[in-house]
Design a protein around this ligand. Structure first.
Ligand code: HEM
Ligand SMILES: *[C@@H]1O[C@H](CO)[C@@H](O)[C@H](O)[C@H]1NC(C)=O
Ligand SMILES: *[C@@H]1O[C@H](CO)[C@@H](O)[C@H](O)[C@H]1NC(C)=O
Length: 496
């Protein structure tokens, strides 16, 4: 009876008109939301629903908006789903956003995928007071565990020994250095946060590194952008985003396990590592409100993954550039031979007397551009930039590539050329070298990463000459994910 009534109603309705009405209502609503705010930076017209994402080539997101930038200038706007994003190009504006007006651009946007993974806890995705407290604690603890002191340097030197041994075992035959380097680099941050390193043959840990790598690469896919636009639907669909969630769950379980172990043999009077220090902080009377289990978990996870992926990618790029530029590699070898020799390990002090090697490390970071857009920011207040008005809660991306490839800043921006960082044979600092971003929310791992890059690189070149395998032509193809990392490659490490 009811069914019949409903079907009669169904048939009697002028469906085409209802649909037309609904569609135009949605379109109008969509357009209203989509109108650029007053005095907002210009940009391309966006399609309803999906915004401007299809203006960006997912294979080359850091370069493909070139035409937009040419047309609209240093600051332009695009749409990510229903949200506005402002892209900032060039060093002067970058400094304005990251440093001079840093407080107005301090927040991270609430991307659904990232929020789902982190719950906005931790350091990377948090905001406000919680971020401030986590950040201060991380910086102090990193410093206490030997940043700028000998102990951390020693850890990197010890790890260099394991790494050169493992690479020596390859006997000059072609091999993919990816996971050995990943493991070595990760062991440094692991020794700081977990108080332990992991053997290169530890299958469980190698698997975690592979899962992390997979998540980082998948997070560059269009699926993730779609998830961020309509999480409510995507949540129920299969696809790479489900793998991303699964992988992060496994990584979280691993960190959770480490935390549980620390709790079992916790001794407040002996702080072995970051987790111990955090447990002490949580136990303090009148501890700041943000020191709780969830922040412990996600802050540790943030350090673990941010301290692994970026530095490992940079080091893998370095070996690739050395194999592609044997004449530059030869100059690094000769500087190592004259300043360090073969009888002892490289140390940080050596950097001052090794301007060429130092310049090579910097130049690789410039040209390989591992984190092309930094991490996205969001305005904390209505603000002004280059004469435009940017409302509160607008997403802002600093296009670091635009600084690294700027003809005004570099003699030959498209060419791998260590002289960019040399003047009269001395190392020359460059203001436009900002791979770690700048200002109050810049990378807290900068000092650590710089130490790792110099020590690992010098230790590897002290022992080996890196070359393409016979009949193989190496190239600079990259994988786009959260980072730009080299495509898997085979290389030969010939003992020197
Ligand atoms: C070559 C190596 C590295 C590069 C190029 C790099 C780059 C960056 C960049 C561009 C940001 C975004 C900063 C911003 O929003 O302005 C960042 C954030 C961050 N990095 Fe690094 N990083 C590197 C190594 C490390 C290491 C070794 C650690 C571990 C201690 C680390 C931990 C973090 C964390 C926790 C954040 C989030 C900071 C926050 O939101 O307050 N990074 N990094
Ligand atoms: C970022 O900068 C690079 C180099 O100047 C440029 O090719 C690219 O179009 C820029 N991307 C965006 C989204 O502004
Ligand atoms: C935000 O901007 C308004 C207007 O310029 C100003 O009155 C207010 O103090 C600012 N708020 C913060 C938190 O900076």
């Amino acid at each position: 009876m009811l069914l019949q009534l409903l079907s009669a109603l169904w048939e009697s309705l002028p469906w085409s008109e209802v649909l037309l009405f609904l569609a135009s209502f949605l379109l109008i609503a969509d357009c209203l939301k989509r109108r650029r705010p007053k005095d907002f930076p210009p940009g391309p017209v966006s399609l309803p629903v999906l915004g401007t994402i299809f203006h960006v080539d997912p294979k080359k997101p850091h370069l493909s908006a070139l035409k937009i930038a040419e047309k609209y200038g240093k600051v332009f706007s695009m749409q990510l789903g229903t949200q506005w994003m402002v892209v900032v190009n060039g060093l002067p504006l970058m400094k304005e956003v990251l440093v001079h007006q840093g407080d107005n651009f301090l927040d991270r946007p609430p991307f659904p995928l990232l929020n789902e993974i982190t719950g906005t806890f931790g350091l990377l995705a948090s905001n406000g007071l919680s971020w401030k407290q986590q950040r201060r604690f991380v910086l102090t603890t990193l410093r206490n565990f030997g940043l700028g002191k000998r102990s951390l340097e020693e850890r990197i030197q010890d790890e260099s020994r394991y790494l050169t041994e493992a690479i020596g075992d390859e006997k000059g035959q072609p091999f993919d250095p990816h996971f050995q380097i990943n493991n070595a680099v990760s062991n440094i941050i692991c020794s700081i946060v977990f108080g332990d390193r992991f053997d290169y043959h530890d299958g469980h840990f190698q698997n975690l590194l592979r899962i992390l790598d997979e998540a980082i690469v998948l997070q560059g896919s269009v699926w993730i952008q779609l998830y961020d636009i309509c999480p409510a639907i995507m949540k129920y669909l299969p696809g790479p985003h489900q793998t991303v969630f699964k992988n992060w769950d496994q990584l979280k379980s691993f960190v959770k396990e480490m935390i549980e172990k620390h709790k079992e043999d916790w001794n407040p009077s002996e702080t072995r590592d970051f987790i111990d220090a955090y447990l002490n902080e949580m136990a303090k009377d009148g501890a700041a409100s943000s020191f709780h289990e969830q922040n412990l978990l996600i802050s540790t996870l943030d350090l673990f993954f941010a301290g692994t992926e970026t530095t490992s990618s940079a080091l893998r790029w370095t070996l690739l550039y050395m194999a592609l530029h044997p004449e530059i590699q030869a100059r690094v070898h000769s500087e190592i031979d004259s300043e360090i020799g073969q009888s002892r390990q490289p140390r940080m002090e050596d950097r001052d007397s090794m301007p060429y090697t130092n310049a090579v490390v910097h130049e690789v970071q410039r040209i390989s551009n591992v984190v092309p857009f930094g991490a996205p920011r969001m305005t904390t207040n209505d603000t002004e930039l280059a004469g435009f008005r940017i409302p509160k809660k607008t997403i802002v991306a600093a296009n670091l590539s635009s600084v690294f490839l700027d003809k005004e800043e570099w003699e030959t921006p498209d060419v791998f050329n260590p002289s960019h960082f040399l003047e009269n044979g001395q190392f020359k600092k460059k203001e436009a070298f900002i791979p770690f971003s700048a200002g109050k929310r810049a990378c807290p791992g900068e000092q650590l990463a710089k130490m790792e890059l110099f020590l690992f690189f010098t230790a590897l070149l002290q022992k080996f000459t890196f070359q393409a395998p016979q009949n193989v032509k190496l190239n600079l193809d990259y994988r786009v994910g959260i980072t730009l990392s080299p495509q898997p490659y085979q290389i030969c490490a010939h003992p020197r």
